[in-house]
Design a binder for this molecule. Structure first.
Ligand code: FAD
Ligand code: NAP
Length: 313
């Protein structure tokens, strides 16, 4: 029986693991279906995490030391996908991919979010073959070549800046003429000579052949004019969707209270509507979607788990 099962190994899950084990819990396992680190490992930079101030380091570099530190106090790690979690009586039954079951006294769900699809023609067909959601992973394929970015948030404009140092030109296609990105991020991108903005526009179609993407058609939403941009890679940064599947029961109903966006309702102590079940990070309501806040949530949930177990004894 685990004292605590942590599901998801991004900033929230890793921090929850650090705090539960350093706080004295002996039997804590972090279930992470990939390599621990979470979404930030896809980022080309991180400049707003206090205490870390090195613009030459990527998100992957940044998370490297987290793993060393968070596993130092006895947190165990299983590289497995969790399919579902349910509370039976006092304890939680966690079903892993392949059907294996694990029992735990408490659980902290930190499954975060994944890149959203924009929904244009050809997006799925060329995903991974010219359409990407990770500039650090795929940017170098377009060295000295033009690329197109879809989106107008922080991710789109930060990654536009990153790609502008590798690619010949970066075309940022955004559906409005105002940007959601933070003003300094927008400002920096606007000052870069090889970043070009195509506003009030959408990707109408991504086209290509068996070899992969060959180009994109961009539609101006005000004039309906279509511009053909051939010979370009396409990066899609249109937000994230929370990963809440593990919280569905066999009937497809959520086991705890959610909001209309599929985010988990928690209080300030990361308690969900189910006793002993906590949620931390991007998956919760009103998440600021920042590494620093995901980590903060993880620490709060972990401290609550320790109190909860003490109260049960
Ligand atoms: P995540 O980081 O999403 O981690 C969730 C983890 O759970 C993943 O590793 C996933 O594999 C795992 N998982 C999911 N489902 C399962 C399952 N069923 N079983 C097992 N494991 C599962 N924030 C900043 O503060 N500064 C930045 O500069 C910044 N830049 C960003 C750049 C990009 C490109 C992106 C995408 C995000 C950026 N963010 C930034 C936001 C930040 O990365 C997130 O807010 C943060 O990672 C959320 O942490 P989390 O632990 O809640 O979830
Ligand atoms: P976001 O802030 O939700 O922005 C998504 C962008 O994509 C918006 O500009 C949106 O347009 C556009 N969009 C959405 N759906 C679209 C569609 N179907 N077709 C075309 N365009 C579409 O997402 P994000 O930039 O990934 O950021 C997510 C969160 O992480 C935010 O809270 C952000 O602040 C945070 N983050 C922070 C940092 C940082 O602190 N440095 C870095 C990255 C991310 P509209 O503007 O018109 O809605």
């Amino acid at each position: 029986m685990l004292d605590c099962a942590i599901i998801g190994g991004g900033p929230a899950g890793l921090t929850a693991g650090l705090y539960t084990t350093r706080g004295g819990l002996q039997n804590v396992t972090l279930f992470e279906m990939g390599v621990p680190g979470g979404q930030i490992t896809k980022s080309s930079e991180i400049e707003n995490y206090p205490g870390f101030f090195d613009s030459s380091k990527t998100g992957l570099d940044f998370m490297d030391t987290w793993q060393k530190q968070c596993f130092h106090f006895g947190l165990k790690h299983e590289m497995k996908k969790v399919e579902s979690i349910e509370k039976t009586g006092e304890y939680f039954n966690i079903t892993l991919e392949g059907g294996e079951m694990v029992e735990a006294k408490t659980a902290i769900i930190c499954t975060g979010a994944v890149p959203r699809r924009a929904g244009f023609n050809g997006e799925d067909a060329f995903y991974g073959r010219g359409v990407s959601t990770c500039a650090t992973c795929d940017g170098f394929f377009y060295k000295d070549k033009p690329v197109t970015i879809l989106g107008g948030g922080d991710t789109a404009l930060e990654e536009a800046f990153f790609l502008s140092n590798i690619c010949s030109d970066v075309y940022v296609v955004h559906r409005r003429d105002e940007f959601r990105a933070a003003p300094p991020t927008l400002d920096r991108a606007m000052r870069k000579e090889n970043i070009h903005f195509i506003t009030d526009s959408l990707i109408d179609e991504a086209y290509g052949d068996a070899m992969g993407l060959q180009g994109v058609k961009i539609k101006n939403l005000k004039t309906d004019e279509i511009t053909d941009m051939s010979n370009t890679g396409l990066f899609v940064f249109v937000g994230q969707d929370v990963k809440n599947d593990v919280l569905k029961d066999k009937q497809g109903e959520f086991i705890c209270k959610m909001n209309e966006l599929g985010q988990v309702v928690v209080d300030l102590k990361m308690h969900t509507s189910v006793e002993g079940l906590f949620v931390a990070g991007d998956l919760r309501i009103d998440a600021p979607k920042q590494v620093v806040s995901a980590a903060g949530d993880g620490s709060i949930a972990a401290l609550q788990v320790i109190s909860y177990i003490q109260e049960q004894q």
